[in-house]
Design a protein around this ligand. Structure first.
Ligand code: ADP
Ligand code: NI
Length: 219
């Protein structure tokens, strides 16, 4: 993976240090690693060093401007711009990074589909992949617990929330979140290799849920 400036990494570490909702520094690091691999795969024919840098920075920084994760997104945006300028990035490069971070989230894509660059598509896929598989399961329960959600409620409907508002305002359990969002993520992947991996991780989650339900029923 490309070398990123220590100041950026240290800044992300500091901002995400106290997160217990699954958006900690190690999430940012996993997204950066996975996104770099996806991007290299996508640009095999024409490697693009500038694109790799944008992928790395957008990945590390993406949750530092998410209002679910940090308190002052405006101040953080200002600080990020300052850091990236110090890094020697041009205004268009900084704009590219912010465009990715501001348009990659699941919720922002529910109501209107945003067109992302190849770099952005890789970061988005990597972020979605981290919501799947064994780590995705851990993150869902961690997020749910932090937001006072039950593990599971057998009386609730396994419904699909279709709009941003209903998605955000839902008070359902963490297991319901698997059905509402996570099991459908594989269908939303941008890249071929991302999709392949997402399908594999989703299969693991499906078998996890089968075991979960069997245990719930006393098996
Ligand atoms: P995005 O920012 O792309 O909309 P989120 O920040 O909502 O995605 O999701 C990040 C992580 O938090 C994921 O692992 C996801 O499963 C988890 N998460 C989000 N909402 C819930 C929820 N209602 N219940 C359980 N986990 C959730
Ligand atoms: Ni994320």
């Amino acid at each position: 993976m490309m070398k990123l400036n220590k100041n950026v990494i240290e800044y992300v570490k500091k901002e995400l240090a106290h997160d217990v909702t699954g958006h900690d520094f190690y999430h940012a690091e996993r997204v950066a690693k996975r996104a770099a691999r996806l991007y290299r795969e996508e640009t095999k024919e024409a490697p693009n060093a500038e694109g790799e840098m944008i992928v790395g920075l957008a990945s590390y920084l993406h949750d530092v401007i998410d209002e679910k994760v940090v308190e002052d997104t405006k101040e953080n945006s200002r600080k990020i711009t300052e850091l990236l300028k110090e890094e020697g990035l041009s205004t268009p490069q900084i704009d590219d990074i912010f465009y990715i971070m501001e348009h990659m989230s699941y919720s922002k894509n529910l109501d209107k589909k945003c067109k992302l660059s190849i770099a952005g598509q890789c970061v988005q896929d990597a972020d979605r992949l981290d919501a799947l598989g064994a780590i995705g399961i851990a993150r869902a329960f961690s997020y749910g617990g932090s937001h006072n959600r039950k593990i599971y409620d057998p009386t609730e409907e396994k419904s699909k929330n279709e709009t941003y508002e209903s998605y955000r305002n839902q008070t359902s359990s963490s297991v319901a979140h698997f059905y509402d969002k996570l099991l459908g993520l594989a269908d939303t992947m941008n890249t071929r290799s991302g999709k392949k991996l997402a399908v594999k991780k989703t299969e693991f989650m499906t078998s996890y849920l089968a075991q979960f339900m069997a245990e719930w029923d006393g098996d």
